[in-house]
Design a protein around this ligand. Structure first.
Ligand code: DX5
Ligand code: ZN
Length: 216
């Protein structure tokens, strides 16, 4: 499978939200990555349902919603109603990960679990077959524009092996510090979906940056 690109709008100019979403919609991007932060699980607050609904109206691309909030299960149905197609919560933020995955699927969305840099991929062994995707954080969550953590390559490779051994089609998404240099290496290691914020939105031509990542 060719890899997918999911631009993260976190660091885009929100005064120009319509144009940003239009640009993504016209680009080679596959999904739109939406970062929701509660100021408790991570030291930053981003945005919620109202903004997601506005984005949904402007794009035909699936919304890849990354929740960085504690007790995420309290809000699953509201994220579905706001337009999430794929809902991702943190392993570290949910006490009943298996139940949460089932709840997302019962609401008709694809389910993903994210892991922080300190969380080993091996912990996912007993839930992997229930997941559509695993998100490997390659920075500590909270902000865009941070430096990629190099240890992540070995985590991606180990997770890919686990997925192959079990004959599953679970996708691996990588989020944090993705750039033009590491993108080919990440794909080689087994990444299926690249999230990128800074690399796209600090480029003079964001649409071209998306194309460059897509053809990496
Ligand atoms: C970080 C977010 C990321 C972030 C990535 O907590 O989950 O999606 O926007 O931004 P870059 O690509 O700039 O590291
Ligand atoms: Zn994210």
């Amino acid at each position: 499978m060719a890899h997918l690109i999911s631009p993260s709008i976190l660091t885009a100019d929100f005064g120009q939200l319509n144009q940003v979403v239009e640009m993504i919609d016209n680009s080679q991007a596959d999904w739109v990555h939406i970062d929701v932060m509660d100021g408790v699980f991570v030291p930053n607050i981003s945005f919620g349902f109202h903004i997601i609904k506005s984005i949904k109206k402007k794009t035909s691309k699936p919304l890849d919603v990354h929740l960085m909030i504690i007790q995420p299960e309290r809000y699953f149905s509201q994220f579905r109603d706001a337009g999430a197609d794929l809902l991702c919560f943190h392993y570290e933020a949910s006490q009943h990960v298996h139940r949460s995955i089932q709840a997302i699927r019962e609401l008709g969305m694809k389910a993903a679990v994210a892991i922080n840099p300190h969380t080993p991929v091996e912990l996912l062994g007993d839930i992997l077959h229930d997941l559509d995707m695993v998100l490997i954080m390659t920075v500590n969550p909270g902000y865009g524009g941070q430096a990629f953590i190099k240890h992540s390559y070995s985590k991606i490779k180990r997770l890919k092996e686990m997925i192959r051994e079990k004959n599953l089609s679970t996708l691996i998404e990588v989020d944090g510090g993705v750039d033009f240099n590491n993108a080919p290496l990440l794909i080689q290691a087994g990444t299926d979906v690249l999230v990128a914020g800074n690399t796209i939105f600090s480029a003079s031509d964001p649409e071209e940056a998306i194309l460059r990542l897509k053809t990496a």
